[in-house]
Write a protein of this length. Structure first.
Lengths: 114, 116
């Protein structure tokens, strides 16, 4: 079945440091890939997505590139801020017509210290 | 701003009580989901619905039940709460015609349930 493997946290960085959170996936066909972010006390919200190979999703300074050859979708940000402290989830949605079943990674907690 | 609403945000209740967690969305989405989020953050799909009068069980076995009588409303019910039901429950929806797999999920802010 489909699966998403995400690096375990917590990840602690100083403000303005470079961030990478690794995500690899296993799926048949060509899934859509997502990063969601969960701030304390809230639900998840979409951060960015990519729907086909070599697509780059970007939002709020975060980027991730859909790499089919390495089945990866790593999240990066050049300079993190304290306000980026949250839990980040990698997810995939398989291509299956009108059916949608999303598989999530375990989540990576990011703490940014001033 | 949230277009999907969950109530209550927090609930502390005794063992054996019946509870209903409410979830409503104003986006007209046909698909709705319930996830259970454990303290380790991992999300587990417990129920989903692809439209009115459609409900299915998810990957994680749950003693809860759901109903979908109206497009916008997807309540979750526990007939007899137990301490093992203590968790955070997240409701989500997705829509968009055609390529459903491209549509992101929209989440509510969750209900944190504690059963004593």
């Amino acid at each position: 079945g489909d699966s998403v493997t995400q690096m375990e946290g917590p990840v602690t960085l100083s403000e303005e440091a470079f961030l990478t959170i690794n995500c690899t996936y296993t799926a048949t066909g060509y899934p859509s890939l997502f990063w969601y972010v969960q701030y304390p006390g809230e639900g998840l919200q979409l951060l960015l997505k990519a729907t086909k190979a070599d697509d780059k999703g970007s939002n709020k300074g975060f980027e991730a590139t859909y790499r089919k050859e390495t089945t990866s979708f790593h999240l990066e940000k050049g300079s993190v801020q304290v306000s980026d402290s949250a839990v980040y989830f990698c997810a995939l949605s398989p291509y299956s017509g009108g059916y949608q079943k999303v598989t999530f990674g375990i989540g990576t907690k990011l703490q940014v210290i001033p | 701003e949230a277009d999907i609403y969950q109530t209550p945000r927090y609930l502390v209740i005794g063992t054996g009580k019946k509870i209903t967690l409410e979830c409503s969305q104003t986006m007209g989405h046909d698909k709705m989901y319930w996830y259970q989020q454990d303290p380790g953050m991992e999300l587990h799909l417990i129920h989903y619905s692809y439209g009115v009068n459609s409900t299915e069980k998810g990957d994680l076995s749950s003693e809860s039940t759901v109903s979908r009588i109206r497009t916008e409303h997807f309540p979750l019910t526990l007939e007899s709460a137990r301490p093992s039901h203590t968790s955070q429950y997240l409701c989500a929806s997705s829509g968009g015609r055609g390529r459903a797999y491209n549509s992101p999920l929209h989440f509510g802010n969750g209900t944190r349930l504690t059963v004593t």
